[in-house]
Write a protein that binds this ligand. Sequence first.
Ligand code: CS2
Length: 442
Amino acid sequence: MRLSAQTPLPASVQAPGYDRDAQAAGIVHIGIGAFHRAHQAVYTDDAMGAGDRDWGITGVSLRSGDVAARLNPQDGLYTVSARSAGGTRLRLVGAVRRVLVAADDPRAVIDTIAAPATQIVSFTVTEKGYLRAADGSLDLDAAKGASSLYRLVGAALAARKAAGRSGLTLLSCDNLANNGVVLRRLMRQYLAAEHPGLVGWFDAHCRCPATMVDRIVPATTDADRATVETILGARDEGAVVTEAFSQWVIEDDFVDPRPRWEAGGAQWVTDVAPYETAKLRMLNGAHSALAYIGLGRGHEFVHQAIADPAIRPLIERLMRDEAAPTIDAAPGQDLAAYADALLDRFANPALAHRLIQIAMDGSQKIPQRWLETLAWHQRRGARCPVLLAAIDAWIAFLRDDLHPVDDPLADRLRAVAAGPDAVAALFGPRGVIPSPWVPLPK
Ligand code: CS2
C-alpha cells in the first residue's frame, strides 16, 4: 500500500499539526530534491503547525519527473527520518502539496508563480543551476533555455506586473557565497536582456534575501525506503533520511508577509555573511576535502573517512587553523565550538553519507569552499598545507579511473589534470577556474 493522506500513522510518527486542505500555496520551490524536503519544507510544516497559514509548497522539478512520480501519488506527503546515535525519529511532512515538472508543463509553473496566493519562490538548484559563466555573470544562452529558472520566473513576474499583483521574495537556498546578492544580480541581468520593462518593477517590488542552509542529507537508498516501510506499514517513495541537526539563518528582508519559520528554529538576522562564510569554508570546505582525500584512501562514507587517523587531524587543521581565522565572526558565534560540532556530525555512524555524492561538481564548489581561504592566507604571506593537499587529492581524483567524474566541466578538468602542472592549469591566471588565489610555481 502506498502512503497517502488516509494512511493510519503509528503513534511514534509525528504528523502535520494543521489542516492541510485549508492552506493556500504561498511558496513555489524550484529544485525539490531531498535537501529541500528535509530542510525548508520541515520549517514550513512547523510554521503551519504553530498556526501560521497558507504556506503550502508547490514543488517544481526543472527537468526530471522522478520526484513528481514519487510525491504526487502520495498527496505530496513523505516522511523525514532523523538519524542519530540515539535512534531514528520519523515525521510525516505535509507542507508540500504537489510537484510540477517544468520540462513537461512550463505554463503550469509560470501560472503558479504568477498566482495571487504565491509570495515566495525559493530555490535549491545546486551551484551549477544558476547558469553562471566563468566570470560570474549569467550565461544568457543557457538562461534562455526552455526550462531555465530565469525564463520561468521572468515570465511569471511579467504576468504579475501586468495583473497588478504584488512582487515576490526570491530565496536562494544553495551553498553559494552571498546567494541573495548573486540571485538578484543574475535575475536582473536576465530581465534586462529579455524583459527590459520589468527591471524597475523588480527592483521596487521584489526581494532576494540571503540564507545559510544546513542539514546533511544523503541520497535516499532502497534500503532506507524499506526501513521506513517497516515502521509505517505503507510504502513511501518520497522518503528522505537526514541527521537530527538542522540550521537555517535567513536575512530578514522579505516582501510581506513571511512565514513564521522561527517556529522550526530558523534565525532571522540582518547579516547572514558570517554564518554563510563559516558554513561554506568550515563545513563544506571540510566535506570536499574529506571526499577527495577519503576516496583516495579507499573510503566510501564520510563517517569512515573522519575516523581515519591519517585524515581526522587534517580536517581539524583545515577547519581550525586554515578556515576559521578567515571568518569575521558575528557576536556570539563560536567557531571553535562550531568545529567541534562539525566533527561530531561528520562522525555520525547512523548516516551513510557517500563521499562520491560530495565529490560531484567540484569545479562549482571549490571556489567558495577552498579558494577564498587560500587567498586570505596568501595575502598574509601564509600557506594552507591541508587545502593544498586537498587540491592534490582532487587532481588525483580527476586522474584516476576508479570513480566517475560528475561535473559540468568534467572533460576539460580531466584533460588538464592529466597534463603537466595541473594546479597552475586549473587555478593559474589563465586557468579553468578563475581564482582569487594564485598557485606558486613549483
Ligand atoms: C555537501 C553538502 O554534497 C555536498 O557538497 O557538502 O550538500 C552538505 O552536506 C550540506 O551543505 C550540509 O548542509
